[in-house]
Ligand binder design. Structure first.
Ligand code: ATP
Ligand code: MG
Length: 875
């Protein structure tokens, strides 16, 4: 039976039992910050189990795509574990229970899939007599085919809350699939007794006391691996031999070096990981160094490495993605829709890693050579760390390559290096006072400082703590720097990318200028600045006033980042997430994950979209709500895990965007004025940065550009209207003049050569020319010299010129005169010495420089004597 038939049969069977078929949920958990990836059919249905949400129907059936990272190390080594697989499952939310779940599973296995009963086994939780009775009495499974298993295997629970016993169905693949041990039986770690289906009976709640309490609403959650059912039905011993996976395995086998085609483990790894990577990318995961992006990166890189072991070269994972899509595209149409995109992401990451591999391998080979010479067997940890830290070369890869050549790596020293680096980074994050921030703000730890700046920019308050140099003081005076704490404050403390407010804190006769506002590690608002007038005493009543103009500029930027986020997602897809931002007065920076640079057309489209949303002048509102409700309303949560239930702030700009955000915003988008992107750049792998100006910032940018154009126009003796034509004309003219200049130079050289030839002397029958000429570089000097030589045939030449206040010299001697003892390097050395310089070359050609132009005529005049000497020495 084909995999697609198995899938349909399962869904149809449970539809006939009044289940609602729901499509597979995406691999990225939609509303669950606690979960990295969906690893079971029940995971996306969790809110229905906990009662948090009402299910659309009390009975549901799905075929859910899953990625299980914890199984990554087993991939390749067993035939039944994949990181990516499909899980078939039927679910009951407080509806039917154990009896039906068991009866239907058995019915489907025997009468739907028609698996032979003599190969089937079941397991139950050791204390679950109810399940035993159902299997044994209702169904008729003999007692010796029902294995009781311990808590470890057959009791499902995570922490407190709903939990319960499981019952599994096993299929005996036959002796040939097993480990051969005489103890091999259900529960053995080999592939023979294959767990195909797990039925979880959620009937208890684990209380904090440790007690198990019977639940009123009992649930059923089952999971059957599609690939495993296919193994049983297709009579094969590994999932790599099933219909959906085999073509991939064969493809990689054909790519592998013929001598390595029997290497099962690496072949399985590349096969398996190509499926996982393709599905992850299709669902919006992008390679990165953390979270699910790292899972993807790890799978891809692992595949590339194992591919290398098989001798497979080139962008093989990119090609494999297409095969996976061909194979799985009809069941998962989003693969087909995103075909090109998927290939692009795989290809970029694959190429980058290939480069890393090539570079790292080369360096590692250098180390190896040295180790061989010195008789060392272990690569020092600091070198392995350097490879990792500077070149991104993974440690296990270093170890693998070393191992192949009979070497090893000092892993302990590597870890020590890594730890040291992390500590250095941590130390660098401390304050300039050298103290840890926690320690610096210890005195403020228990204070309550309430932020009132969403409603108003002015606030009456009490000065409750004054810190000078990290010490609590009772008063501060004019000129002193300090940090002030107020019981309530309208000042926004730097957070979520938004810069801190500035402004004034005043009493009737004292002024404190706030230059920045930040949070302490324990969450108090700190006003940093200086007393500019009078004296403050802790306990004073004060007036706190935020700099309004600056704050309004910040609000414009902040709302703009939300609109920009929205426009990017609309243009490029929901994989785009904010990775960081700077929200400053009328200026912003927005970092996000995306795999390539944006073209200027794309940037313009995004920019225009933001401006349209601004011009639409929709209201911007903020309201407190629950995380659950905010997500229902479609809000984007940036740092989901930081939000506490019951207290999130949702900022909406009309219907354009909803984001969870604590920042300050304009009242309506029209206040933004103009939004203008000024830069887009890459800031690390898979990360892009957009910089933009808004409001006054955009206006000033426009003025600046305008001014620049005017200045250029004046310089070009033009007006703005004709500027472009004028520049084009000017460039054409410039080119023409350059050409003309070149021609003139050549003509000049010819004239010069003619007059030079008249100066040729004879010394003992050898022709000699030494002269100063007009030339601006060694190159043009040599040109002149070549002309001279070709005009005479047998000659010794020394030419000098003055360029930029310095002397340049060239010399050349023809072969017949070299035979007579004249050498260019000998001549030039002497001449250069006389003009305060040096140089050299060979007998036929030499060049030099000097610093004393005044001495040049005399130095050249002396050449005749030099030549005479050289000739005499020879004879
Ligand atoms: P195993 O003990 O074989 O690792 P499991 O107990 O972890 O399985 P469950 O968590 O109960 O499995 O998942 C339900 C079903 O999903 C299993 O019965 C099996 O058919 C399938 N399954 C689980 N893990 C994998 C995997 N890594 N690859 C393929 N199928 C799997
Ligand atoms: Mg498992």
């Amino acid at each position: 039976m084909q995999s697609s038939t198995i899938r349909d049969l399962f869904l149809d069977y449970f539809r006939s039992k009044e289940h609602l078929i729901m499509p597979s949920f995406p691999l990225i958990p939609q509303n669950d910050p606690t979960l990295l990836l969906i690893g079971a059919g029940m995971a996306p249905l969790k809110p229905y189990f906990t009662g948090e949400k009402k299910p659309p129907h009390p009975r549901v059936v799905t075929c859910q795509k899953c990625v299980r990272t914890p199984d990554i190390e087993r991939v390749g080594y067993t035939g039944r574990h994949a990181t990516f697989f499909e899980m078939l499952g039927n679910f009951s939310f407080g509806d039917y229970f154990k009896e039906e779940a068991i009866a239907w599973a058995w019915d489907l296995v025997l009468n739907g899939f028609r698996l032979p009963v003599e190969r089937l086994w079941v397991s139950i939780y050791q204390d679950d007599d109810e399940a035993f009775k159902i299997w044994n009495e209702n169904i008729g499974v003999p007692a010796d085919r029902i294995k009781r298993m311990g808590k470890e295997d057959n009791f499902w629970e995570i922490g407190l809350g709903p939990c319960g016993p499981c019952s599994e169905i096993y299929y005996d693949l036959g002796e040939a699939a097993g480990c051969g041990s005489p103890d091999c039986a259900v529960g053995c770690d080999c592939d023979r007794y294959l767990e195909i289906w797990n039925l979880v009976f959620t009937q208890f709640s684990r209380e904090a006391s440790g007690e198990l309490v019977e639940l009123k609403q009992k649930n059923i959650d089952t999971g059957a691996g599609l690939e495993r059912v296919a193994m049983a039905l297709q009579g094969v011993h590994s999932l790599y031999d099933t219909d959906q996976v085999r073509p991939l395995y064969d493809h990689f086998t054909s790519l592998a070096d013929p001598a390595r085609r029997d290497q099962q483990v690496p072949l399985r790894v590349v096969t398996e990981h190509s499926r996982g990577t393709t599905f992850l990318i299709a669902d919006g995961v992008i390679p990165s160094n953390e979270g699910r992006g790292y899972v993807l990166r790890r799978l891809l890189r692992r595949a590339v490495r194992f591919g290398r072991l098989l001798g497979i070269e080139g962008d093989f994972m990119t090609e494999a993605a297409t095969l996976v899509i061909d194979q799985m595209g009809s069941a998962y149409p989003n693969l087909k829709e995103r075909h090109d995109y998927i290939r692009q992401v795989v290809s970029l990451e694959e190429q980058k890693f290939q480069e890393t591999l090539a570079q790292g391998t080369e360096i590692l080979e250098g180390y190896l050579e040295k180790m061989e010479k010195e008789g060392e067997k272990v690569l020092p940890g600091n070198l392995a760390f350097k490879l990792y830290d500077t070149f991104g070369f993974p440690l296990d890869l270093t170890a693998e390559i070393l191992q192949e050549k009979g070497f090893s790596v000092d892993r302990e020293a590597f870890s020590a290096n890594l730890k040291e680096q992390q500590e250095r980074a941590r130390a660098a994050a401390r304050t300039s006072t050298g103290k840890d921030l926690n320690e610096h703000y210890k005195a403020a730890e228990a204070l309550e400082t309430v932020f009132t700046g969403h409603e108003s920019l002015e606030q009456d308050a009490e000065l409750i703590l004054t810190l000078a140099g990290g010490q609590a003081v009772s008063e501060i005076n004019k000129g002193e720097e300090a940090e002030l704490f107020l019981d309530q404050s309208p000042f926004y403390a730097e957070a979520g990318g938004q810069v801190g407010d500035t402004g004034l804190i005043e009493t009737e006769d004292a002024v404190f200028k706030v230059i920045n506002t930040v949070f302490t590690p324990s969450g108090q608002i700190v006003h940093q600045g200086q007393v500019t007038e009078g004296q403050f005493k802790t306990g004073n009543r004060v007036q706190a006033r935020v700099d309004r103009i600056r704050r309004r500029g910040i609000c414009r930027s902040h709302t703009s980042t939300h609109l920009l986020h929205r426009a990017l997602r609309r243009n490029f897809g929901d994989h785009i997430n904010q990775a960081g931002s700077l929200v400053a007065p009328d200026r912003l920076r927005f970092d996000f994950n995306h795999f390539t640079a944006l073209t200027s057309e794309q940037l313009r489209a995004v920019e225009e979209e933001v401006n349209l949303m601004a011009l639409d002048n929709v209201q911007v509102t903020a309201r407190l709500t629950t995380l659950e409700k905010a997500k229902e309303a479609g809000a984007t949560a940036l740092f989901a895990d930081k939000y506490e239930e019951g207290s999130v702030r949702m900022v909406s700009a009309g219907d354009y965007t909803r984001e969870l955000c604590g920042g300050t915003h304009v009242a309506a988008t029209g206040e933004i004025g103009l939004f203008k992107i000024v830069a887009e750049e890459g800031i690390g792998s898979g990360l892009r940065r957009i910089e933009a100006v808004v409001g006054l910032g955009a206006y000033r940018q426009a003025i600046k550009n305008d001014q620049l154009l005017k200045t250029i126009a004046i310089a070009m003796n033009s007006d703005l209207l004709r500027l472009e034509d004028k520049v084009t004309e000017y460039l054409a003219e410039h080119k023409m003049l350059q050409k003309l200049n070149q021609e003139l130079k050549q003509k000049n050289a010819a004239v010069e050569v003619k007059s030079l030839l008249a100066n040729v002397k004879e010394v003992d029958g050898a022709k000699l020319l030494s002269a100063a000429v007009a030339a601006d570089s060694l190159e043009s000097l040599r040109l002149v010299m070549d002309e001279v030589k070709s005009g005479i045939g047998s000659v010794a030449v020394v030419l000098g010129a003055v360029s930029n206040g310095k002397v340049i010299l060239v010399s050349s001697v023809t072969a017949d005169l070299i035979d007579r003892g004249i050498r260019a390097d000998g001549l030039i050395k002497e001449v250069a010495r006389k003009v305060g310089g040096g140089g050299g070359g060979k007998a036929d050609l030499a060049q030099a420089g000097g610093t004393n132009p005044a001495a040049l005529p005399e130095a050249l005049a002396a050449v005749e004597e030099l030549v005479r000497n050289q000739l005499q020495t020879k004879s």
